[in-house]
Design a protein around this ligand. Structure first.
Ligand code: ARG
Length: 407
């Protein structure tokens, strides 16, 4: 009888290599690997593909997801200025639904019954993969080998790998768990598990230590069109190219590091270090333009929704009706977020130094204290009379009474 097929999200590391062989040996499945190019650091995609085939994969598909990631995922995160717990720009949470979509597409194209990932049972990523896959196709069955097998340490995995003919990496175990893509890098585990330990300098690869950054500041202008970054210093490029360029510049100036404790979905607080040079820079610049272009009440409402959006996506709800509805709101707000923002990088800082837009709601005549002033100062009296009316009524009533609802 022909074997059933499983599509596995594959990275080329020990964990997913053991997953691949385990699915073949323990579950009797044919395995098709999918490797996503999302702008991460890697040793070479062809090498990863060859390793998958050497371990026994029936096929290994390398999918270049970069433009899709930037245009359809990161653009939405930017529209929402998405920062989980006001600090973390969601890089892993954004790539999981993207990769899930490719996994499901490959499963459909190959008549696969199963989809598998190499996440542990303690993190957020398993939830994101599985909610995304289920939302896209509830009939696919999901296998999470790492949750099922009884290997607890890397040494046990190495032993299993050797016994099952899986080539074992010769390099020493990396002391951290890392996930990265063009929106940034997440670094956890090892010495970082003591929250008082300083992050060792070598955990960072995208950003320089401030001591090693140039003394000269670097100023540049980002052009946005409908909320999307479309040019740097007048040079037009795709959002993906803007991100690659900004990662270089911001990283060189030591901008974009985060050291935080965050609340995982499964109820665990974890210490996370991130570096997100381009992501944080784009959010800062985008916010500066929104401050100028969004009507006051839209901005007020959006600020609330931004955090809900971030929580929703952090929690693996990318393909949910709520997230879709919030995206529709966000998209409406972005129509007039068009213009230029000047930013300056210096010694780990980003400073917004100017903004301009055809959709600017900043009115010089209303704002100025000079002779050009068009603001009706006399009207302010009537405004304050009515604005304070409720408060005056309350104060007059309570005067002399035992206060129960005020100072
Ligand atoms: N804590 C972050 C998140 O939940 C980063 C996860 C990184 N994943 C990893 N396998 N190291 O989004």
């Amino acid at each position: 009888m022909a074997k059933d097929t499983c599509v596995l999200a594959y990275s080329g590391g020990l964990d997913t290599s053991v997953c691949l062989r385990w699915l073949m040996d323990e579950k009797g499945l044919d395995v098709i690997c999918v490797v996503g190019e999302v702008g991460q650091e890697h040793e070479g995609l062809e090498e990863i593909r060859e390793r998958a085939l050497a371990v026994g994969a029936k096929d290994c598909i390398i999918a270049d997801m970069r433009e899709d990631f930037a245009n359809n995922y990161l653009s939405k995160a930017l529209a929402a200025n998405a920062m989980f717990e006001n600090k973390y720009p969601l890089l892993s949470a954004l790539s999981r639904p993207l990769i899930s979509k490719y996994l499901v597409d490959v499963a459909h194209a190959n008549g696969a019954k199963y989809v598998a990932h190499g996440c542990t049972g303690k993190g957020n990523d398993q939830v994101r993969f599985e909610t995304s896959i289920r939302a896209l196709d509830p009939t696919l069955e999901i296998i999470a080998p790492v949750r099922e097998w009884h290997m607890h340490t890397r040494d046990e995995e190495m032993e299993w790998a050797k016994a099952h003919g899986v080539p074992v990496p010769t390099t020493k175990k990396k002391p951290y768990s890392i996930d990265d893509n063009m929106w940034g890098r997440a670094i956890e585990c090892g010495v970082l598990e003591n929250p008082m330990n300083r992050p060792p300098l070598d955990i960072y690869t995208m950003t320089r230590d401030i001591a090693d950054t140039p003394d000269e500041a670097r100023e540049l202008t980002i052009t946005f069109k409908g909320g999307m970054p479309v040019a740097i210093d007048g040079q037009e490029m795709s959002m993906h190219e803007v991100i690659v360029e900004l990662n270089k510049i911001a990283g060189e100036h030591g901008y974009g590091r985060i050291d935080m404790i965050e609340n995982r979905m499964v109820g665990v607080k974890s210490r996370e270090c991130y570096e997100c040079p381009a992501g944080l820079a784009l959010i800062a610049a985008h916010r500066a333009l929104e401050d100028m272009c969004l009507e006051r009440e839209v901005l007020r409402y959006k600020l609330h929704m931004e955090h809900d959006w971030a929580i929703n996506v952090y929690n693996g709800q990318w393909f949910s009706p709520l997230k879709h509805a919030m995206d529709t709101f966000m998209a409406t707000t972005q129509q007039c977020v068009t213009g230029n923002v000047r930013i300056k990088f210096h010694k780990g800082n980003l400073i917004v130094t100017g903004r301009e837009s055809d959709y600017s709601l900043y009115d010089y005549g209303l704002a100025t204290y000079d002779a050009a002033d068009t603001f009706d100062h006399k009207a302010a009296k009537g405004f304050i009379d009515l604005y304070s009316l409720s408060l005056r009524t309350w104060a007059a009533n309570r005067a002399g009474k035992e206060a129960t609802d005020g100072e």
